[in-house]
Ligand binder design. Structure first.
Ligand SMILES: OC[C@@H]1[C@@H](O)[C@H](O)[C@@H](O)c2[nH]c(CCc3ccccc3)c[n+]21
Length: 447
């Protein structure tokens, strides 16, 4: 199925994680608390009352984790920095122990010959900033810029690839519209203003990084997926166009200098964000790559449901993951060709792709996860097909290296190529991880 010769010789093969999901040590070495600590500690928000207090204990086990990563043959790794470890109050006093931790982490990665791709924000806003309004408060844009400058100045001699934000759609809508993620607000209008502030802070951080060293590569990671109309009726087609704007072009358009999509905000003018003079120019600051996270497509029909007048329709499958997400590899090809055609990023990295299935650790420490292996194989085939058509995809980061804290699902949902036995913190490479390792070694060996 896969022809590894199609992938460019300098292709980045790796995995992705995020600080709050793997580090643990939530109250160690001066770390401040984040909105996800608060959200997790609030009963009812996270399955089984799980939290990131311990998680994979990566804070203490990163050396063994990177040794395993090297043994598996990967040449890249996407991680995120915990803002509250660096600035416990979000701004002002710097926590030297937090910076020293990431010094050690990056040094250990480089010692293992693994290229770091660093996400500055993967949802763990310092709670002190939330108490001042969080991302709904435009001041947080300046706080993020200060945080970015501190991190880039400290790690910028060794980290050359930066992702400003992970999935602003999640931080904005799941966190402030649907209320199912931290900080747990349910106000669509606020979520749209949050989206604007996240994009604005992205543009500011790009400029900080480029001022530090213009040779550094910087981009943003978006969750993208096709919005398919449930029928060819004009109202379903119009509903799908609004959903496409709601999920995809509300971010893609302003990032690539097109402003906010009229198809959405003509429908909900009262919910449009307040945009100040110069904001759109900052948001559209030139970047070096686009990070694409892909998991599934959406099927959309017209609905009386306000404010968007669209609703989801259960996809036909027939395959679904443990998250009940449809397995639809073609959607990744559709996303990549559409992004290339409509926005033409210089480079694209698949910064997340993966699946959760019910994993069982056998007596002899194996996890036979053929479904996950087959999921990844078919999505890599979609990447291969896009590359064959000239789409500049230069890397694939499987979500995730380790099983980890899956937000509101807690530890029940496992995405790792490596199984984590949380009772012992032992790591067990799953069959999918062994397969991916063999594939990566073949691809890189072919260089
Ligand atoms: O759900 C798997 C991963 C998360 O663990 C990552 O932190 C996050 O970047 C990420 N985004 C998505 C798609 C959007 C989504 C996230 C969480 C829950 C539902 C949908 C899936 N994932």
């Amino acid at each position: 199925m896969l022809d590894l010769n199609v992938f460019p010789p300098n292709f980045r093969w790796g995995t992705a994680t995020a600080a709050y999901q793997i580090e643990g040590a939530a109250h160690e070495d001066g770390r401040g608390i984040s909105i996800w600590d608060v959200f997790s500690y609030t009963p009812g928000n996270v399955k089984k009352g799980d939290s990131g207090d311990v998680a994979c204990d990566h804070y203490h086990r990163y050396a063994e984790d990177f040794k395993l990563m090297k043994e598996l043959g990967m040449n890249s790794y996407r991680l995120s920095i915990s803002w509250p470890r660096i600035l416990p109050k979000g701004r002002g006093e710097i926590n030297e122990k937090g910076l020293a931790f990431y010094d050690r982490l990056i040094d250990e990665l480089l010692k293992n010959g693994i290229e770091p791709y660093v996400t500055l924000y993967h949802w763990d806003l310092p709670q002190a900033l939330q108490q001042l309004g969080g991302w709904a408060n435009r001041d947080t844009v300046d706080a993020f810029e200060e945080y970015a400058r501190i991190v880039v100045n400290r790690l910028g001699d060794r980290v050359k690839n930066w992702i400003t934000h992970n999935e602003p759609w999640c931080a904005a809508f799941l966190g402030h519209g649907a209320g199912v993620h931290a900080p747990g607000l349910k106000d669509v209008g606020v979520s749209m203003q949050v989206a604007h502030h996240l994009l604005l802070s992205h543009g500011k951080a790009v400029r900080v990084i480029k001022e530090h060293d213009s040779s550094h590569k910087v981009g943003i990671t978006l969750i993208l997926g096709p919005s398919h109309a449930a029928s060819d009726s004009p109202e379903d087609v119009a509903a799908a166009a609004r959903h496409d704007a709601f999920l995809n072009t509300i971010y893609l358009d302003p990032l690539y200098g097109k402003g906010y999509p009229r198809v959405l905000f003509d429908h909900i003018p009262a919910l449009a964000p307040k945009v100040q003079e110069g904001d759109l120019e900052i948001i559209a600051t030139e970047t070096d790559f686009l990070g694409v996270n892909y998991y599934q497509r959406s099927i959309v029909k017209h609905s009386e449901q306000l404010p968007f007048n669209f609703d989801g329709v259960r996809p036909p499958g027939p395959e679904f993951t443990f998250f009940d997400w449809e397995v639809y590899p073609k959607g990744l090809y559709e996303v990549l060709t559409r992004v290339h055609q409509d926005y033409a990023p210089k480079e694209i990295f698949i910064t997340e792709n993966g699946a959760t299935f019910e994993d069982t650790l056998t007596e002899d420490g194996q996890v036979h996860d053929e479904q996950r292996r087959f999921y990844i194989e078919r999505h890599l085939k979609s990447v291969q097909d896009a590359i064959s058509e000239g789409v500049p995809v230069n890397g694939y980061f499987a979500w995730s290296f380790l099983d980890n804290f899956e937000w509101a699902e807690g530890f029940e949902k496992r995405f790792g190529l490596v199984y984590v036995d949380y009772a012992t913190q032992n790591r067990h490479v799953k069959d999918s991880g062994k397969w991916y390792s063999k594939l990566v070694k073949e691809a890189l060996g072919a260089v």
